[in-house]
Design a protein around this ligand. Structure first.
Ligand code: GDP
Length: 479
């Protein structure tokens, strides 16, 4: 039958490839999420677990004894910064473990995975290899996709409308005042452009800090990567003008820079990096949003809507049409699940599922398979119980970071405590329909200070459900 001929065809071409070393399949995995969602920790844990064959019962190739090993390899594109895996691991596993520096720009790393295939012909071909290319990039950059469909005037109208809304006053005030004082029709000069851009960036940054607002583009204003201070980032929205706009005016200058931002920065990112991904994990600090309150949760949902819109197939999203689309699986992961007791992990997963489903409806999302998970790339807490007034409460045990405070106590970064973190609601409905706030006791913990070692003497990084995430993202490529 034809299928066997096909299979043989594959087997034979694999043989030939193995002989010449010509062809190794490459899985390009995108890792994104807003600032501090946990990208750096996830990738460091991912690479370390693969290199050392970590404790991953839920990762089928390893559980089935078919995973042979992994090694780091040179990344084919030398123009893109390399993910600083060794430095990050050193920070986490050094004498006094600390959290490594977070993602500020795009970076990549290639891991070569060697495994024994399950297929009947694998006996003929011997072990197989897959290149896993990990692409780390700020989620803020995804929020820029809508800009590709907006002119400077349209974007300005939207951005100024948002800045004018009640509630934005405190953050947007200085920028709006400055805007009042500058005539956009006067002759262009760099100083005005710089002052406006600085005030606008300041407003974006403050609204994120104060209200946990995470959704305001342009994404590079919040995370400029290597572009800090470059003219392409030196623009700001301007009000509509009644009189004709002259080519040498400030308005024309900023409009030009906005267009350059789209052409030179946003479009190449989507074309050269985003559109070439096979799989994507989106990390979400859902616990922080839940703890901040309903407005932050609503805002997170808006951000997820924008993110999902990027993954819409090219046919339905005209902005993406020029780019080839092929992502077939997206995993949304609520990170830092070690901040709640395991009895809340399923609940956290249900909440994220609900958030993503709502966002998916709004983004009219269709295309890739989507799944949600609650996990911790690196688990910083253990679990215990405390008895209080005849009641037994589940607790987490960890060392709060220096300077963290709770109930009037400030921690020194050395003292381990048992904390009742609070519960997540059993049904997500209570969050989304009744708007009941969730009260969590939320402290940042130091990374684990004592780490186990495996039979080879490698440290073992503890995690939560990380193996399931890995299996969903990579497992079937190693079948
Ligand atoms: P990103 O690279 O900006 O997305 O974020 P990072 O990976 O640097 O994470 C930001 C911070 O979140 C870290 O410094 C840790 O404090 C915390 N964090 C990230 N992942 C975990 C985790 O799995 N468990 C715990 N307890 N904290 C985490």
């Amino acid at each position: 039958p034809t299928t066997i001929v096909d299979e043989l065809g594959i087997a034979l071409s694999n043989l030939a490839d193995a002989a010449t070393g010509a062809f190794t399949p490459t899985l390009r995995l995108g890792v994104t999420g807003l600032s501090r969602a946990g990208k750096t920790i996830f990738i460091t844990a991912l690479v370390h677990n693969l290199l050392t064959g970590g404790r991953l019962p839920g990762f089928a190739p390893l559980a089935e004894g078919r995973f042979i090993g992994a090694r780091l390899a040179e990344y084919p594109d030398a123009t893109i910064p390399r993910f600083a895996y060794e430095q990050h691991l050193e920070a986490l596993t050094g004498k006094t473990p600390t959290w490594p520096e977070s993602t500020r720009r795009i970076s990549q790393l290639r891991v070569v995975l060697k495994f024994q295939s399950k297929h009947w012909y694998s006996g003929m071909t011997g072990p197989s290899t897959v290149n896993l290319d990990i692409v780390d990039y700020p989620g803020e950059w995804l929020l820029d996709l809508p800009l590709l469909g907006l002119s400077f005037a349209e974007w300005s109208a939207e951005a100024l409308d948002r800045a004018d809304r009640p509630g934005s006053g405190k953050e947007a005030g200085p920028f709006l005042d400055l805007l009042e004082s500058i005539d956009p029709l006067k002759e262009a000069n760099d100083l005005d452009a710089e002052k406006l851009a600085a005030a606008f960036t300041d407003y974006l940054r403050k609204s994120r800090e104060h209200q946990a607002l995470s959704t305001l583009p342009p994404g590079r204003f919040l995370l400029p990567g290597d572009l800090e201070g470059s003219p392409a980032l030196t623009f700001a929205p301007l009000p509509p003008q009644r009189q004709a706009i002259r080519g040498n005016s400030l308005y024309a200058m900023l409009e030009h820079r906005y267009e350059a931002y789209k052409d030179r920065i946003v479009r190449p990112f989507f074309r050269d990096h985003f559109a070439r991904l096979d799989r994507q994990i989106v990390l979400v600090d859902a616990l922080r949003a839940l703890n901040t309150g309903p407005a932050a949760v609503a805002d997170l949902e808006t951000a997820l809507t924008s993110v999902l819109a990027c993954f819409r197939q090219g046919e339905t999203n005209p902005l993406l049409r020029p780019f080839v689309r092929k992502i077939d699986r997206i995993l949304f992961a609520a990170t830092k699940a070690d901040h709640v007791h395991h009895t809340s992990h399923d609940r956290l997963e249900a909440i994220l599922n609900r958030l993503v489903a709502n966002a998916g409806k709004r983004a009219r999302f269709a295309g890739a398979e989507v799944k949600s998970i609650a996990m911790a790339g690196i688990r910083a807490t253990r679990e215990g119980t405390i008895s209080e007034g005849g009641e037994t409460l589940p607790t987490i045990i960890g060392t709060p970071m220096k300077g963290e405070t709770l109930d009037g106590v400030t921690y020194d970064g050395k003292t381990e405590i048992a904390l009742f973190p609070g519960d997540l609601p059993e049904r997500p409905d209570s969050l989304f329909e009744d708007g009941t706030p969730v009260a969590l006791n939320f402290l940042r913990f130091t990374p684990p200070q004592k780490l186990d070692r495996n039979a080879n003497g490698d440290v073992v990084l503890p995690h939560i459900r990380f193996d399931r995430a890995l299996d969903y993202l990579v497992g079937d490529w190693l079948a």
